[in-house]
Design a protein around this ligand. Structure first.
Ligand code: GLN
Length: 467
């Protein structure tokens, strides 16, 4: 039985009706990985014995009982490697604890299924920055899967697992979801615990689900959302029922089109696919309204000051002593630090650390970091003002479909392509990428709602999926 191709919702129904067991599901997923992952490169590690043991013990009465979920390799899973796609941690670190989301997934009965590939320390948007493995786009094998959660996107798109967790600092859930034709949801900042997520930029990072349907994204979010006393930035607010409004439709909703997200640089195929989705939502009774987010053009520059600044501080722990690769036979303590970091980090991570250290250094702090924080406030206010006129915003996820592997010559090209996703992180808002019916390359529609309104986000997403 090809159980690995089914959605969480379908698998749940089959399990409850006794059509198959959790062990059947795990075996089907493991067989699919064994057959195809040598070429796709979605997983960095996978403990088949532990997965089978968990499947045998599964309590299928739980919300995600017996259902396998891939975990991005920057989220701690007790007893498993956690490399962040970096030589710094490869064969150097076994998680001594479960992340907040890992604990919640286990409590909901899910099976943590393998560690997925990623851009090193989540820096990138192609998964080409992984120091450990290449991942290809299962839908279009010459193309990147997107990133940084490219392994999670590929694992779900290749039908290895029905769902995976990703992390999104500037688009790393939504963009690979868009490029691989799956659903990817970045929750509101504070909705999901970051405890046990290896920090890239702490004020932007958020963990979220990557699935093959909107209903499945709601199920996984339900399991991982909520306050965690071990993460003071996770908000102590009630978690609503994310599936309750899924069938409500968009009749009477005001949906805004931010004109800055539909600029001339948009690929014609992306423009056409997004426009078609907008027309269909209008046909279903939504009111489409033009809005403006005037500070959008500053978002990428602002992000590439704030994110590297936070990263330069967060990554200082990888010094060859407390964490990570240790250079052999150093002459003294300074050369131990220098050589360990020189040998352990890849080029993109070094670029970010240098950039971040620079913008935080005395004499430049006010000119770059403080200024970026002020612009961040302006960007957040743009959204506040737009949400006085509309209930949700619609936009492309990325200006183009997935590019070719090796097709980026200057990192700035990839940075600029984050223009539609980055503002959402700067403002701390929830957003989702929903696949549109395109070929040959997948294209996603981005929906953005006000803070903590994931239920509305999923309601609009379901209307797009249905049409
Ligand atoms: N592409 C962006 C970056 O490289 C976003 C990464 C992310 O969301 N983790 O910083």
């Amino acid at each position: 039985m090809s159980l690995h191709t089914q959605t969480l919702t379908e698998l749940r129904a089959g399990l409850t009706q006794g059509e198959f067991s959790a062990l059947d599901i795990a075996e089907s997923c493991l067989a699919a990985v064994a057959q195809q992952d040598t070429s796709f490169g979605a997983f960095l590690s996978l403990d088949a014995e532990a997965i089978l043991a968990a499947a045998r013990d599964a309590d299928i009465t739980q919300p995600l009982g017996g259902l396998p979920i891939g975990i991005k390799d920057n989220i701690n899973v007790l007893g498993q490697p956690c490399t962040c796609g970096s030589k710094m941690l490869e064969n150097k670190y076994i998680s001594p604890y479960d992340a907040g989301v890992t604990k919640k997934l286990r409590a909901a009965g899910a099976i943590c299924f393998g560690r997925t590939n990623m851009d090193e320390f989540a820096m990138g948007s192609s998964t080409e920055n992984s120091a450990l493995r290449r991942t290809i786009n299962p839908v279009a094998p010459d193309h990147i899967p997107g990133g940084s959660s490219g392994g999670s996107a590929a694992a779900v798109a290749a039908n290895f697992v029905p769902a995976a967790l990703g992390s999104d600092t500037g688009g790393s859930i939504r963009q690979p979801a868009s490029h691989c034709g799956i659903v990817g949801l970045k929750p509101s900042y504070g909705r999901v615990s970051r405890y046990g997520l290896v920090a890239f930029a702490s004020s932007l990072d958020q963990i979220g689900p990557m699935t093959r349907s909107v209903a499945d994204a709601a199920l996984v979010l339900q399991a991982i959302a909520g306050h965690d006393p071990q993460d003071s930035t996770s908000l102590p607010v009630a978690v609503p029922d994310f599936s309750a409004n899924l069938q409500k439709g968009v009749k009477g909703l005001r949906l805004g089109l931010p004109k800055e997200y539909f600029s001339d640089g948009l690929d014609p195929a992306v423009r056409a696919a997004v426009q078609k989705a907008i027309d269909q939502l209008a046909n279903q009774g939504a009111e489409i309204i033009d809005v403006s987010l005037p500070h959008t053009s500053y978002a990428v520059a602002t992000y590439y000051i704030i994110a590297p600044a936070e990263a330069s501080s967060n990554l200082s722990r990888f010094d060859g002593i407390r964490y990570g690769h240790r250079a052999s036979a150093p002459a003294d303590i300074l050369s131990l630090y220098e050589r360990s970091r020189e040998e352990g980090f890849g080029p993109e991570v070094k670029r970010r650390i240098i950039l971040g250290t620079y913008v935080l250094s005395s004499g430049y702090y006010d000119a770059y970091y403080t200024k970026a924080q002020k612009v961040r406030t302006l960007i957040r206010r743009d959204f506040d003002q737009a949400f006085e006129k509309v209930d949700a915003l619609l936009s492309p996820v990325a200006p183009t479909p997935a590019r070719l592997i090796g097709g980026c010559t200057n990192p700035l090209e990839d940075y600029m392509a984050d223009v539609c996703t980055i503002p959402v992180n700067l403002a701390g808002l929830p957003a989702i990428s929903v696949p549109l019916p395109t070929s040959p390359l997948p294209i996603g529609l981005q929906i953005i709602t006000p803070h903590m309104q994931e239920a509305l986000l999923l309601q609009v997403a379901q209307a797009v999926e249905r049409s």
